[in-house]
Design a protein around this ligand. Sequence first.
Ligand code: MN
Length: 175
Amino acid sequence: MPKNGIFRTARGYQLHLRGKKTLTPSMEDYLEMIYRNCRQEGFTRVNQLAESLNVQAPSVSRMVQRLTQLELLDFEKYGIVRLTQSGRELGEFLFHRHQVIEQFLSLLGVTDSLLMETEMIEHNISLTTLEKIARLNLFFQTNPEIYARLQEFEPRALDPLHFAWKDWLVTTREE
Ligand code: MN
């Protein structure tokens, strides 16, 4: 077996990890958005969540019920949703995780697909890797002269990444 693990398909890794994680990616998305929305007034509403996540209100209601069962939310009357203490702590982590990844991609120069790729990556990253990325972000922020050198760097060795079949992939290179 290779030292750093066994090969699986992406789906295989997801299934392998599923048993070890309490929250699904979808639950993480909701909790993060509830945290974002609650930052102003301390609460959010089912309708507001449906709008900010581009989903239907009945889907929000179902998810809010599941998260309430996990004691992460308090669901009050009139569609008002509040975070419990543990919900707030989890939401804050998810929010920071998002920021770290977005900042990292941003430092790399990603622009057009920044939000989409952050949303795709955040659910599939380990805490160890996240901490290493946060460290790199901080390194570039505190050493702007080194970051400037990265931006000037134009290697010729990227040719293998330029190929004819990119349309076969879901995400293509930014032009
Ligand atoms: Mn996110």
